[in-house]
Design a protein around this ligand. Structure first.
Ligand code: NA7
Length: 553
């Protein structure tokens, strides 16, 4: 034990006020569902609060056509219950949103978790009450105040959608929405003139799905993304039986890989192979489903400019082969960043869409959008008329959901001020000056940079272990030391320095042109890049050393 300390004052309830809840979990998504399961199994007085009308988080909201996992479904599901694993049949290798939401509801109902959840309860402010060692949470809808000893933020990494800041957006008379808020009632796209703005993972899914259903589709692309085939397919009864029989092995493998997937990086050494050998390997990866092309690639792709450039050119040629018009193909090939340094969107016939007569690509890096009009939009070059405008313009990632809550810690300090230039945390789970607040898949955690549910499960298990320790010892408060936090944040920063991704303008580095202060691509150290095994080893070690780095009282 190095920098942890235990104050000598005993944990006395004494005259202090007792909170209504022992634990409040904010967010009823994949994380909140498992967290409440663990807490209520222990008989803890806990509740989940969520601003949405129902559970599911990401999978409740993102109902746009084409929304689906890029993770193999059977590596995305929870691993904690053998019974659940035996019962659930994933119908597709990369399951779509409706099925994913059905799954989360099935889990909540199976374990009777819904009765611990309260919906349309947005926590918009929370203040740490130092005299009583508890959090006071303000509920937006009712104005009610709730008190809880501990707060677990399961608020999501990509839960705050961001719209562009373009003049005239309210003037448009047709249908328009961010993909996150795609209407719940069916949208008839037949014969419609549709615009999609944005070509990230979301834009690429929605464009490919709707191109043959709309009358005319215009894609407004500011920067292209590297993308490769997803390789989705149905899962038959026999295959599912085989997967079930191998679940232990599958999850063990996910634990061993940096990304928490089945895909393991190739460590033969890029330069140990001939170019022909490398190309042969890439040819095999291009036909392999899921993130194989990214995560089974040579490790050098992520850190070595030359290796990355060679592979990027390989993918550029794949795009050239798939797009008929060479000028369009060139526009679809990223020039400002190499493959895999931003999140790689996976696609199904995306590039072929641009061979259709009813699809047009507008490069808004050349001809920016000037304004949205009543009937469509105007670029510096042309007027366009649309029935529907879809904004696939991304999220205020990682810290956005924290910025939406007015969080006041010890001595009146504000998290928004402390994190103005980027987050600083201890293990991505706690932050100094905000006692008893635990972040699930928080900024700088390993959970944030992996196959989310795999990281979430290990995060929930660690958090539950920490709380059990606190209860066992009779403490009512813990807080990381400033030193432990600084050392973790430095460690996280250092890891960025070797990765090519540090140069990319993406949500991994805190870039978002639509969020004040995030426009300029100034790095925010959002994720832990050491991979899941190292992260889990580190947090396990901390737990074994009596949660070193945390001060308990
Ligand atoms: P992303 O990956 O942040 O992509 C957003 C896209 O929208 C991207 O192409 C942006 O272009 C574009 N964008 C954003 N703002 C504008 C404005 N103002 N004008 C034009 N184009 C704009 O978000 P996604 O939703 O696709 O994916 C997020 C994650 O969700 C994904 O990684 C998965 O893990 C799930 P830019 O590249 O910034 O030039």
């Amino acid at each position: 034990m190095t920098d942890s300390a235990v104050m000598d004052q005993p944990a006395t309830a004494g005259s202090r006020m007792q909170p209504q809840y022992e634990v409040v979990v904010i967010g009823a998504g994949v994380g909140g569902i498992y967290q409440i399961k663990r807490l209520t199994d222990l008989g803890i007085n806990a509740v989940v609060l969520d601003g949405s009308p129902d559970l599911g988080g990401t999978w409740y909201w993102n109902r746009y056509p084409g929304a689906r996992f890029d993770s193999e479904s059977y590596t995305y599901g929870y691993s904690f219950s053998k019974e659940l694993l035996d019962e659930w049949h994933w119908r597709e290798r990369f399951s779509g949103q409706p099925e994913n939401l059905k799954y989360l509801n099935y889990v909540a109902d199976k374990f009777d978790l819904r009765r611990h959840m309260r919906f349309e309860q947005t926590v918009d402010a929370m203040v740490f009450d130092e005299a009583n060692d508890l959090w006071r949470l303000q509920i937006k809808e009712s104005g009610e105040e709730l008190t809880s000893r501990f707060v677990i933020t399961a608020v999501g990494l990509l839960s705050i959608p961001t719209l562009p800041r373009i003049e005239g957006m309210d003037d448009f008379k047709g249908g328009s929405w961010h993909t996150h808020y795609w209407p719940q009632e069916p949208v008839d796209l037949t014969g419609k003139r549709v615009a999609v703005i944005g070509t990230g993972a979301t834009g690429i899914q929605v464009i490919a799905e709707i191109a043959d259903k709309v009358g005319h589709l215009t894609v407004f692309q500011r920067r292209p993304n590297w993308s490769a085939p997803l390789g989705n397919s149905e899962i038959s009864d026999e295959e599912m039986a085989d997967i079930r029989a191998r679940y232990d092995e599958i999850f063990e493998r996910c634990k061993r890989t940096p990304g928490g997937f089945e895909h393991e990086p190739d460590r033969r050494g890029f330069y140990n192979l001939t170019k022909e050998e490398r190309v042969a390997y890439w040819d095999s990866l291009y036909g392999t489903p899921g993130f194989a092309i990214w995560l089974r690639n040579f490790v050098e792709i992520f850190v070595d400019e030359e290796a990355n450039a060679e592979f990027s050119e390989y993918i550029a040629n794949r795009i050239r082969q798939r797009v008929n018009d060479p000028a369009v193909a060139e526009k679809l090939i990223p020039k400002d960043h190499g493959f895999g340094v931003q999140r790689v969107p996976m696609e199904t016939n995306y590039f072929e869409v641009y061979n259709q007569d009813n699809v047009e690509l507008v490069d808004i890096s050349e001809t920016p959008i000037e304004r949205i009009t009543e009937t469509g939009l105007r670029t510096t070059e042309r007027e366009f008329d649309f029935d529907i405008i879809v904004y696939a313009t991304g999220f205020d990632a990682i810290t956005g959901a924290y910025d939406r809550i007015d969080i006041t810690g010890v001595g009146g300090r504000k998290l928004a001020d402390d994190w103005k230039d980027g987050p600083s945390t201890y293990l991505g789970m706690t932050t100094h000056g905000y006692p008893n607040m635990i972040m699930l898949a928080g900024p700088q955690s390993g959970s944030a940079s992996t196959n989310f549910p795999r990281g979430i499960e290990s995060g929930v298990d660690w958090i539950t272990g920490l709380l059990e320790y606190v209860w066992e010892k009779g403490y009512t408060r813990f807080d990381p030391t400033a030193e432990a936090q600084q050392s973790w944040t430095e460690h996280v920063k250092k890891m960025y320095s070797s990765m090519l991704m540090r140069k990319a303008k993406s949500w991994f580095t805190g870039y978002n042109s639509n969020v004040e202060g995030h426009e300029h691509g100034k790095i925010r150290y959002f994720v832990y890049n050491g991979g899941a095994p190292k992260y889990v080893n580190k947090i396990t070690e901390v737990a074994q050393n009596d949660y070193e780095g945390l001060v308990f009282s």
